[in-house]
Design a protein around this ligand. Structure first.
Ligand SMILES: [Zn+2]
Ligand SMILES: [Zn+2]
Length: 384
């Protein structure tokens, strides 16, 4: 593969303008960096929120930016010193890889706490800015520049690039979050709030970990059907039930105790309030999806009188990418994982992909190399 001089990329230029397809210079390869050609990317609700300006107050999100943080790509060129993935497996041109955002390795959280996803100097993939090195960090582009210290893993043979891409946000986040629960028990009851990609991947994870009773609260019906196929033993339509009815159902399934674990994957503030009413005394609430700017109302007595514990996590490090890929690889015969994928779009129709998310699609797939020829730069008025 020849090293490209320019790359088309979908940019949020500012929060007042529609998405634009622009061309950026591809920076020269420095030591330990890597250039990849995007094979597939997937769009996420977060991309929609960034494009809509909902995240303008988030300090790590810096416009102008190249959008997209779920992607896999093929190695075009390796900088000096970058010869293997993060498991020591040799990397060569053409290999399909995924990579984590580059943590700094020189802050308290990277070094002492060993919680790199809390790094204070992180330059998150797809969060910009495109005005400073390494410019091309978003997945809705022909090429991504993977800077030094970005840990990378090979995508297992046989895994489709689009499915692997969808695992680089939702699934690896689920894997990381479940690590904070401690040991799952083969007698547990889990309630999963939310039936988007995060909730469905959490359902599959619970099933694979041997949890016998899995209750999924969500909507609409087609997503609840996927939840059933992926291991839900009970599904509850959140749109046609009340908080009291959902609680009654969970209590009736647990001899009146409540569930051992609640995984909040819906992201809406009232769900966290509800989660505490679904948990048994001494149960655990796992916060995976929270992104609602509204506060949740809770009684602090849940945490002493009822001894409910709460944990959560943000994003994932490269170990969680690897684990998510291994799960997809080893369990593809039991789960139709591709059910999370939506229609396919080009760079020029990313605005349509974000509109599809707003209309209920889980993971629209972006194929940057099926786009119209370079120099055909146009505005995407459908973006909002
Ligand atoms: Zn995402
Ligand atoms: Zn750091």
């Amino acid at each position: 593969m020849t090293y490209p001089a320019r790359s088309r990329a979908v940019a949020v230029v500012d929060y007042e303008s529609p998405l634009q397809v622009i061309e950026l210079d591809v920076p020269a390869l420095i030591d330990d960096a890597m250039l990849v050609q995007i094979e597939a990317a997937t769009a996420c609700g977060t991309d929609m929120h960034i494009a809509n300006g909902d995240m303008r107050d988030v300090p790590t999100c810096r416009v102008p930016l190249v959008l997209g943080h779920e992607m896999v790509g093929r190695v075009v060129a390796l900088g000096k010193g970058r010869r293997t993935d993060s498991l020591g497996r040799p990397l060569t041109e053409g290999d399909l890889v995924a990579w984590a955002s580059p943590w700094c390795d020189r802050c308290y959280w990277c070094t002492v706490a060993k919680q790199p996803t809390l790094c204070v100097n992180a330059n998150l993939n797809g969060f910009g800015p495109l005005t400073s090195f390494p410019y091309l960090t978003g997945g809705f582009a022909e090429y991504c520049y993977v800077p030094p210290r970005s840990r990378a893993v090979l995508v297992p043979e046989g895994l489709s690039p689009a499915l692997a891409s969808s695992a680089t946000c939702a699934f690896r986040t689920v894997v990381h979050a479940f690590e904070t629960v401690g040991r799952l028990k083969p007698t547990d009851t889990i309630v999963i709030q939310g039936s988007g990609a995060v909730g469905l991947y959490a359902t599959a994870y619970a099933k694979i970990m041997g949890i016998p009773q899995i209750v999924v609260i969500g909507a609409p019906a087609d997503r609840l059907h996927v939840a059933r196929r992926w291991g839900a033993t009970t599904v509850i339509d959140v749109m046609s039930t009340t908080v009291e009815e959902r609680r009654d159902t969970v209590l009736s399934l647990t001899d009146g105790r409540g569930a051992d674990i609640i995984a909040e994957c819906s992201g809406v503030a009232p769900a966290f309030t509800e989660s505490l009413s679904l948990a048994r005394r001494g149960g655990h609430v796992l916060v995976v999806g929270a992104s609602d700017p509204r506060p949740s109302q809770v009684h602090a007595t849940n945490f002493n009188m009822r001894q409910i514990s709460v944990s959560g996590s943000v994003s994932a490090d490269i170990s969680h990418f690897w684990r998510a890929f291994q799960i997809l690889k080893h369990h593809s015969s039991e789960f139709d994982f591709e059910a999370v994928l939506g229609d396919e779009f080009t760079l020029d129709s990313v605005g349509d992909a974000l509109a599809a998310i707003a209309a209920g699609s889980m993971k629209p797939v972006i194929r940057p190399h099926t786009s119209t020829p370079a120099h055909d730069t146009k505005e995407l008025s459908e973006a909002r």
